[in-house]
Design a protein around this ligand. Sequence first.
Ligand code: SOE
Length: 387
Amino acid sequence: MPQDTLNVALIGYKFMGKAHSQAWLKVGKFFDLDAQPVMKVVCGRDGAAVGEFAERWGWENSSDNWQEAIASDDVDLVDISTPGASHCEMALAAAAASKHVFCEKPLANSLEESKQMLAAVRKAGVKHMVNFSYRRCPAISLAKQMIDAGEIGEIRHVRCTYLQDWLVDPDFPMNWRMRAESAGSGAHGDLGAHSIDMARYLAGEIDEVVGTKKTFITERPAEGTSDGLTATAGEGTEKVTVDDASLFLAKFAGGALGSFEATRLAPGRKNHNRIEINGSKGSLVWCFESLNELEFYSTSDPGTQQGFRKILATEGDHPYAGSWWPPGHMLGYDHTFTNVVYDLTQCIASGKDCSPDFQDGAQCSAVLEAVNDSEKSGSWAKVEQIA
Ligand code: SOE
């Protein structure tokens, strides 16, 4: 039902909690909205810490009881920014209380849970969105427009690499991201999920995959305290139960071939989320480390002038960019989250469906799981297509 305010309950207040909070704070300042988000309540396990967070980030209330917050009549949208293991329970509770649901990626730690979440939001008739934030980089939205307009022709190759180096030091202590029971997987679900989503967005569905994963550092210093990506060491050591790296090949339904590499052990690569797409008429290349730039090669350019041109997606006509700063002024990581909650708010206000939604999240889980199946069987695995 269309509405003019949107009361938000955020669950989680670490790295993603901050990223989401700054987006909710800023979205109404930079964008014209059909509904005004109200930062009603932020939830977390440590009552004192979440209380301080609420004050710092402008949430009206804080709570150490997310179930109560979700049930409150004062809440329209539940924003889930916790580790993957809790997504399903929270989304099911939100849907049962007829609340719209916004959820961090990957949608869940298993395909089975992702499907349960999709079924629940559909049954409840609420809006649902998964936070594949990189889709909202202006350069990526522009790439999508260019591909849809036929600028690079028929897609033949999709080359995705998502490389980080924050775990290269074997003395980096454990945190939830290295435990299967909280994160589900390592680089595979954390980073690979972004690449899979971007590839699906730009090049269509993936039919079949073959791949493998590897944990290079199998034991690490135990966790002392942690905040997002950083942690201090505690006493003793703990076994790492997720992958450090994942690698797979893909066959796309539209005929393209793809390769996907995700790792947290690539020295020098900080947030190297890169995609290169080669089509029959040209190529597009983007990397998050220069997120405002889109490289474009066109076979239609005069022969003597052919070469990759660098488009700076910072002009008023570029997607989202016009709502921020005057032309030529760069956007960063935080802006992508604000662009996401802008679209989410507008969809809820107007009654339109959100994108990417839980179907996209579940389809991404299906690809991740097919890679696991392939690893077990040692052969190509079909990707389940989620209706
Ligand atoms: C850590 O690897 C991480 O923060 C991911 O969890 C995010 O999804 C990605 O955007 C940046 O890296």
